[in-house]
Design a protein around this ligand. Structure first.
Ligand code: 5RP
Length: 267
């Protein structure tokens, strides 16, 4: 791997541990206004010191994020669909590699829709992006997006993750499921999990713990952090699981102490 690629990857995944906490705030690229992201700059400002990288679109980056910041950027470069359509799978590349370079992106993120009508198109998008990234030393993160008709199980997510890695992605982002270790063991590049829809903080911490225990490199989490009533305490708790090897129970106790709630309530 060449130096630039290695250097960018090292900013996202800590080389000493192989772990990462990525903060995802790219949801608006297909769903428009998103609870908690009305003013993305204000939402992320207190969280950035706890995030190893920030995943977002170029519009939010250019307009809402301080250019003097040091957090590595994972730039969403696929899109072209919206929640107004039933089928979200018809994504294209929406950002040129030159613009990603101008924005000093540490990685480019793209969704693939394996098993959908647009499987081939989105996998070809991924391949092209990996070629571009390879040319300039920029890693590609492939998100295994799941259509409504797909089952989020280890067989499907393992298939999609493996294909993404085979086509050249340096990092794969997928969803946690039972037998998650099978996905990780079948994928030759680091796997991170999306948090998914907002759930109770206690459950989100268990999700993070289960994922890293099963071999995930970490999380690329959005709503379960920025939609929490306590986003700072939440990202701190997630970080303690991913980077300090804390159990979810320990992280929850610390979260409750920091937010002044009785631990027994939500267990
Ligand atoms: C959408 C994405 C989002 O960044 C991703 O889903 C992470 O956010 P959350 O933890 O809220 O699910 O990649 O395709």
């Amino acid at each position: 791997m060449d130096w630039g690629m290695q250097n960018r990857l090292a900013g996202i995944i800590k080389p000493e541990s192989g772990r990462c906490v990525m903060l995802a705030v790219d949801h608006g690229y297909f769903q428009g206004p998103t609870t908690g992201l009305e003013k993305p700059g204000e939402t992320v400002a207190p969280l950035l010191r706890y995030a190893d990288s920030l995943m977002l679109t170029r519009g939010v980056l250019r307009n809402c994020i301080d250019a003097a910041g040091r957090t590595p950027i994972v730039l969403r470069v696929s899109g072209g669909t919206s929640v107004l359509k039933d089928d979200l799978s018809s994504e294209d590349l929406t950002v040129s590699v030159e613009d990603a370079i101008r924005l000093n992106a540490s990685a480019m993120a793209i969704s693939v829709f394996v098993g959908s009508d647009n499987e081939k198109k989105t996998l070809k998008n991924l391949s092209r992006l990996c070629d571009d990234g390879q040319k300039y030393g920029i890693p590609t993160l492939a998100v295994t997006a799941v259509g409504k008709q797909m089952v989020r199980d280890a067989r499907y997510l393992g298939l999609a993750s493996r294909i993404a890695a085979e086509l050249g992605a340096q990092i794969v982002k997928t969803y946690y499921c039972d037998d998650f270790d099978k996905i990780v063991n079948g994928c030759p590049v680091p796997v991170v999990i999306a948090g998914g829809k907002k759930i109770e903080e206690r459950d989100a911490l268990k999700l993070a713990f289960d994922a890293v225990s099963a071999g995930a490199a970490g999380v690329d989490m959005g709503r379960n952090i920025f939609q929490s009533r306590w986003p700072v305490q939440m990202i701190q708790a997630v970080r303690s699981i991913v980077h300090e090897g804390q159990s979810d129970a320990h992280a929850w106790d610390a979260f409750c102490a920091a937010t002044d709630q009785p631990t027994a309530v939500a267990r």
